[in-house]
Design a protein around this ligand. Structure first.
Ligand code: NAD
Length: 362
């Protein structure tokens, strides 16, 4: 029996985690859940957003699935997700965007996988506040070194965007390896190398260097703004997208919008040693404890987790059951109904019941 760390999280996290757990078990996989805390609730109980015990559990079990967590508002709190990515070097953020028949306000035929670099870019968190002595000194130094460059005004704030050759190479390789494993046709690298020559330019250069090692997978690059427009107009021309951190964050939400919103957008954070699966959405505190929200995104994250641990048959069974329930459109939550106030919408628990019934042949 495989032991997996389960972090229920905050807000709607515990409800969707419970739904996910029941669905995974009904898919026929025996899992021992090692339940651990992280986020605002963990902070109230232990004084830590990411307790050592939780981190140790993931390190021991290697695989975790987590509900969304709330980052308390106020200075000094770092996001649990950013901490986890850093601490466990989860450099791949994989976000598939697949259409399901029956979702209102979605386009059909979308089958994209976004590989977002998860540890670099503006997320390194190096910032200099407007007006601070240090910031003014940096501005002065930059102007001294670039006398012909555009003037950076003294009233500027500065955030560092760093792109490393090593980190670019490993995310691009991961995207190509995924393409080989799942028989995908093409990897598209998104960037703004025409303007950001030394950061995005480096990301693109490393992608171009690696692509020829995978001759059976196509490769192309697109400037990020053009890519966004094309994804909205001609999504069928794309397959796997590999993107620096910030563009990956934005473009994956754009793709979630294409397929019907956050309620159906799963994700995985993967490194060489550890993997943490989670929905793209947050803890939606206003719906906490109301048995209202859609459990699909976390259930589909569990499908990714099952594939990761080699349980392909159970993964396919669960995924097909989710697709069938959504297609029927009867036992689905409010966000999957044509009108959000549709009184026939069911709750989180009941949607999970319907998915379980489908797996049992119902
Ligand atoms: P959110 O994703 O929690 O909610 C935004 C809106 O999206 C909700 O009001 C709801 O209308 C809809 N929504 C989200 N999940 C849904 C679901 N499963 N089913 C149906 N509708 C759903 O974003 P937010 O309000 O900006 O953030 C709330 C908290 O979540 C913040 O503390 C934020 O830091 C945190 N957050 C955590 C994660 C994570 O842990 N991975 C990710 C994003 C945000």
């Amino acid at each position: 029996m495989k032991t997996i760390t389960l972090i229920p999280g905050d807000g709607i996290g515990p409800e969707i985690s419970e739904a996910m757990k029941r669905c995974v078990e009904a898919a026929g996989v025996q899992i021992k859940w090692d339940e651990q805390q992280a986020g605002a609730m963990a902070y109230e109980k232990t004084g830590e957003l990411l307790p050592r015990k939780t981190l140790d559990s993931i390190k021991k079990n290697k695989v975790a699935i987590k509900g969304p967590v709330t980052t308390p508002i106020g200075s000094g709190f770092r996001s649990v997700n950013v901490l986890l990515r850093k601490e466990l070097d989860l450099y791949q953020n994989i976000r598939p965007a697949r259409s399901f028949e029956g979702i209102p306000n979605s386009v059909q035929g979308v089958n994209l996988v976004i590989f977002r670099e998860n540890t670099d870019d503006v997320y390194v968190g190096v910032e200099f506040e407007k007006g601070k002595k240090e910031t003014l000194e940096i501005i002065k130094e930059i102007q001294k070194r670039n006398p012909a460059g555009e003037v950076i005004r003294d009233d500027s704030g500065i955030s560092i965007k760093s792109i490393s050759a090593f980190k670019s190479e490993r995310i691009v390789k991961a995207a190509f390896e995924y393409a080989l494993k799942y028989k995908r046709k093409k990897v598209t690298c998104g960037h703004k190398a025409n303007i950001l020559k030394f950061s995005d330019g480096l990301f693109l250069e490393r992608a171009q260097k690696i692509a020829p090692s995978y001759p059976s997978v196509g490769f192309e690059d697109r400037i990020i703004d053009n890519l966004c427009m094309q994804l909205v107009q001609r999504w069928w021309e794309y397959d796997i997208l590999v993107l620096p951190n910030l563009y990956g964050d934005i473009v994956s939400d754009l793709c979630a919008g294409l397929i019907g919103g956050l309620g159906v957008a799963p994700g995985a954070n993967i490194g060489d040693a550890y993997a943490v699966f989670e929905a793209v959405h947050g803890s939606a505190p206003k719906y906490a404890g109301k048995n209202k929200v859609n459990p699909t995104a976390l259930i589909l994250s569990a499908v990714m987790m099952l594939r990761h641990i080699g349980e392909e048959k159970a993964a396919a069974k669960l995924e097909n059951a989710v697709a069938a329930v959504i297609k029927e459109g009867k036992n689905v939550t409010y966000d999957l109904k044509p009108k959000r106030d549709d009184p026939s919408a069911v709750g989180t628990r009941e949607m999970a019941d319907a998915i379980i019934a489908k797996m049992k042949g119902g």
